[in-house]
Design a protein around this ligand. Sequence first.
Ligand code: EPZ
Length: 418
Amino acid sequence: MDKFLIHGGVPLHGEVAISGAKNSALPALAACLLTEEPVLLHRIPRVLDVLTMEKLLRSIGARTETKGGVLRVEARQILSPEAPYQLVKTMRASSLVLGPLVARARRARVSLPGGCAIGARPINLHLAGLEQLGARMRQEHGYIEAEAAHGLRGACFAFDRVSVTGTEDLMMAAVLARGETVLENAAREPEVKDLADLLLQMGARIEGAGTSTMRIQGVERLYGAEHRIIPDRIETGTFLIAGAITGGEVLVTGCAPEHLTALTAKLRQAGAEVTEAGPDALRIRSSGALHAVDLITEEYPGFATDLQAQFMALMTQAEGLSLITETIFENRFMHALELARMGAAIRLEGRRATVMGPSRLTGAAVLASDLRASASLVLAGLVASGETLIDRVYHIDRGYESIESKLSALGARIQRVR
Ligand code: EPZ
């Protein structure tokens, strides 16, 4: 099992190019099931979750191939509308094939995603929405069986809480349903808007993507398309924080500054200098003397829960008390326990964490528990004195494209060891 060995204390300097968004790539791949024509996708990141999704699409009957950095997916026929447990257990976003399979093949058998380190993460809203669209749902042996023998019909569905992949799943089901579907309290994340942009290019009729009310007019069929997915705002945020925590200066290119306003505002509030260096670049500069700021994670455009762990690592180096409130997931503070082993002063009370800084972090052997927690430990390792050894880095490989080479190019002393 791979590990990262980091020698901390080096301020990062230089330029890093951002990859395509993992959380855009996954729904975009699932959307390819909605047409028998080929779809070409640009800027798909080579991360484990994308490879898992490609494997799932192939097991369903699609053909996938990457040529010259472009991923081509062709689902000429749906041979097996299933998402088996052995794939779903490694990537819960497999449930994104549920909507497209019911829409295209009129049935689906998808393993229920088990629990997850950061919370229960049920998919009850995905299932309730599909039922509203006319699918008959059955659950047995750990699988969801959905069927719509006469196809789906448009309906109104209100999410009783905002769900990113729930919105994406139902959007993909609705585009081939008969009639109009209205989704209320829909997620507004940029990745939802990006999926809608792809579906529009495939011939779908969608209004209001990126707002909390979406109207979708079902169409008979969808066509092939070519689409470049958006840059990864979470990778962008992670590198901005890496520049701040090490007291360096980093230029992040190929990003979308407009997707990170909540983070850049917080970084400025904490005393880092963040400037837009062109329409797709951000520069961060920090002398290292930061002050503590409070943080509440919220659905987009609020502060992203996927950047909470990384920001907590930064707050261990800030002067004062930072109150961090996690409102999206019920158990997303595992990184705090590992940061504490490196010397951070963090108190946990339910969904609230209090970080007292600055703490002098010392390198230690630590364990990654989930994707963003592992990013937080890498950031702490970059600033800790001495050696940090992070185990189970497959978590980080799920969502970051060659993070260690990108960090090394900025001067970090990080290497992958077996
Ligand atoms: C997406 O997960 C992202 N994953 C997550 O990123 C991200 O943390 C999350 O949105 C929130 O922004 C992908 O896009 C592939 P939700 P998702 O449905 O869609 C509850 C990463 O690190 N809920 O918006 O699964 C749920 O338990 C990952 O890249 C229900 O109760 O999240 C959570 O508390 C981690 N019932 C809240 O809603 C449902 O049917 C938000 O979940 C669905 C969700």
